[in-house]
Write a new protein. Structure first.
Length: 255
């Protein structure tokens, strides 16, 4: 079995694969400072409580956009799992070509999503990740990542509303019953939800227009991607485990 880890700005998402079979997924908060011992013990406890024998983990692969946790996290993996984790970064085999001006500037999570979308759904493809930031990346039929768009994620926009305005409350992010909001909470929900749908549709429309590929497939992932994909016909596939699947694919390229 292999442990795949996607360390994002908000959450660390983990999955355990046996072959191509995803046995389970788990989440932990990124922003809580932890020592290597705390990471190691927490991970083992998390696996064991979900019926997975941590001793059967033979390899670990990590994608991270949070450099300041990596020393403790990787040392925790080495100490408690007795393996040297594969880190997605420069020099790793991915199966795609990062064909942008500065390939080293591309986030590991975006590379992993691109690999998964291309390998599973084929190219050309636009892959959208509704994470802390919302990213749209374009992969060609030949497997080249050629362009990307980055915008504030839905939670970042929500946080800005209630942190930077004195009278607006913290709210649950969800689709309201109607856009014709009659109270403050529903008004904010309508703006966040329908604003995100509109932004998503417009960016996809412009990408297809400039690519001159009106039928290019669009694949989405990320925590809040489901509520957006359910609302629009512009997204063809929502795959909640896309990033974890991409990590397994990259692992196969490098084992």
């Amino acid at each position: 079995m292999i442990l795949v880890v996607d360390a994002g700005n908000t959450n660390i998402t983990l999955g355990v694969f046996e072959g191509k079979n995803l046995l389970g997924t788990f989440r932990m908060t990124t922003k809580i400072p932890r020592t290597s011992d705390e990471y190691g013990i927490f991970l083992i406890d998390l696996l064991e409580k979900n019926g997975i024998d941590a001793k059967r983990i033979k390899d670990v692969i990590v994608s991270s956009v949070v450099p300041n946790i990596m020393h403790s996290f990787t040392n925790g993996i080495k100490k408690y799992f007795a393996v040297n984790p594969i880190i997605v970064g420069a020099g790793i085999k991915t199966g795609i070509n990062i064909a942008i001006a500065n390939p080293k500037s591309m986030g590991a999570d975006r590379i992993v999503d691109a690999v998964a979308a291309y390998e599973i759904y084929g190219g050309p493809v636009i892959v959208i990740d509704f994470g802390t930031a919302t990213t749209h990346d374009v992969i060609t039929e030949q497997g080249a990542l050629i362009a990307g768009v980055t915008s504030p994620g839905i939670r970042i926009s929500a946080n800005a509303l209630w942190k930077d305005t004195a009278m607006l409350p913290e709210i649950e992010i969800k689709k309201p019953d109607t856009i014709l909001a009659k109270n403050t909470v529903n008004s904010m929900q309508a703006g966040l939800f329908y604003g995100s749908v509109g932004q998503t549709e417009y960016i996809i429309k412009k990408l297809k227009q400039e690519l001159q590929l009106p039928d290019v497939k669009v694949v989405a992932t990320g925590g809040l991607g489901k509520i957006i994909s359910d609302e629009t016909d512009y997204i063809d596939v929502y795959d909640k485990d896309l990033t974890l699947k991409g990590l397994r694919i990259i692992y196969d390229y490098n084992r």
